[in-house]
Design a protein around this ligand. Structure first.
Ligand code: SAH
Ligand code: SF4
Length: 386
């Protein structure tokens, strides 16, 4: 069977080469071609012997998820919709800023956690993405952004005067696993993809520039801490168990007390000395001054920052979800209370609105349409009169 070489992290690829009698440095050469130069054609890997290239062509492949759509918003946000088979699509979103370029990537097609306010959750769970499909998002973003010119940044720790031709400049400097799916419920593939992001022979990002976002899968937070500690964002969304139970169903399994304890354990090995709590602002649901004060009490022992996320409305079928975005004054007042208590608080800008860049929106549309098509096909196949 042919292996997709994008499915292997550094040690995995060395093993794959080893099993075929090849030295580990060959694996490193191929890794650099794939992940630093975004080359997907063995024939173009000019520093490999012809015989090795022929062997690779026979036994291996480099397969990326096909791009279904590629949209650029007026604010520069760029969003790709990727085909991951049988009617499933996932999204990757690139957000350029002055000093960095952040790529938001997906880890699952759909999501089983089923948060009440989340378009991905409403699509149900289809399947885990493979390592190739996860790292492929970073591969494609780097490749396509480089092709189209646009923003490039100096990698961390590198002198900006290093190369006047700017050959070392990178489009993607930061990665957040905040797209579709729950990364910690696709643990092994997520960790292999993280290893590639951090590997100097691949993307060479520092741990502080890679963030995993989780709805709070407590045992897996411990495993991530031991396997590959990167920056951690926790989707909190409520200060009490009774409210969080209704918004994030996983809370019934791992309630707030356990979640806060897991955050403290994570910080023992984390590359940053704080947890980022994400908090979606839902009008009249979790956005009152009392909620803010309860949050201060809840997180008293956990070094943290808050990122307030204005809710992005969406529809399921033709029915809009029941939530509304808190108004800006409410959000400002909420942030003010947290900041008065000494907690650094930011509010996420809603970006890329004109291309549906909000989590899960575009893929939801596609999934809906695909299901409709399948229903129609089934109907057409039914014998008439039934
Ligand atoms: N499953 C992980 C990571 C993906 S979701 C998690 O839940 O953390 C990434 C972020 O998008 C989460 O903080 C989630 O709460 C937020 N989100 C989901 N639906 C949203 C919506 N409709 N509007 C705004 N943010 C949303
Ligand atoms: Fe899944 Fe995150 Fe959406 Fe919740 S918010 S359903 S965990 S993707």
């Amino acid at each position: 069977m042919t292996s997709n070489l994008l499915d292997y992290d550094g040690p995995g690829l060395a093993e794959w080469f080893g099993a075929r009698g090849e030295k580990p440095f060959r694996a490193r050469q191929v890794m650099k071609w794939m992940h630093q130069s975004q080359v997907a054609d063995f024939g173009a890997m000019t520093d490999l012997a012809k015989s090795l290239r022929a062997k690779l062509e026979a036994e291996a492949e480099i397969v990326l998820p096909p791009v279904i759509r590629d949209n650029v918003a007026s604010d520069g946000t760029r969003k790709w919709l990727l085909d991951v088979g049988v009617g499933n699509a996932v999204e990757a979103v690139f957000i350029p800023e002055d000093d960095r370029g952040t790529l938001c990537i997906s880890t699952q097609a759909g999501c089983a956690v089923d948060c009440a306010f989340c378009s991905t959750g409403k699509q149900g769970f289809s399947r885990n993405l493979t390592v190739a499909e996860i790292i492929g998002q970073l591969f494609l973003a780097n490749k396509l952004l480089r092709q189209s010119g646009g923003a490039r940044y100096v990698p961390e720790g590198m002198d900006s005067a290093f190369d006047p031709m700017a050959g070392h400049l990178r489009p993607v400097t930061n990665v957040v696993m905040m797209g579709m799916g729950e990364p910690l419920l696709n643990f092994d593939a997520t960790v292999a993809a993280l290893n590639l992001m951090l590997d100097d022979n691949a993307y060479g990002l520092s741990r502080r520039r890679v963030t995993v976002s989780t709805s709070g899968v407590v045992p897996m937070m411990d495993r991530l801490r031991d396997a590959c500690p990167v920056a951690l964002a926790v989707s909190l969304h409520a200060p009490t168990d009774s409210l969080r139970d209704t918004l994030v169903p996983l809370n019934r399994k791992y309630p707030l007390r356990e979640l806060m304890a897991a955050c403290l354990r994570y910080l023992e090995k984390a590359p940053r000395d704080f947890i980022t709590f994400e908090y979606i602002m839902l009008s009249g649901v979790n956005d009152t001054p009392a909620h803010a004060r309860d949050l201060i009490a809840l997180t008293r022992d956990v070094p943290c920052k808050f990122n307030l996320i204005p809710f992005n409305p969406f529809s399921v079928g033709n029915v809009p979800v029941q939530f509304q975005r808190s108004d800006p004054a409410r959000i400002r007042a909420f942030a003010e209370i947290l900041m008065q208590a000494g907690i650094v608080t930011t509010t996420r800008k809603t970006r890329g609105d004109d291309i549906d860049a909000a989590c899960g929106q575009l893929a939801g549309e596609v999934a809906d349409r695909t299901k409709r098509v399948i229903r129609l096909q089934r109907k057409a196949a039914e014998p008439s009169g039934v």
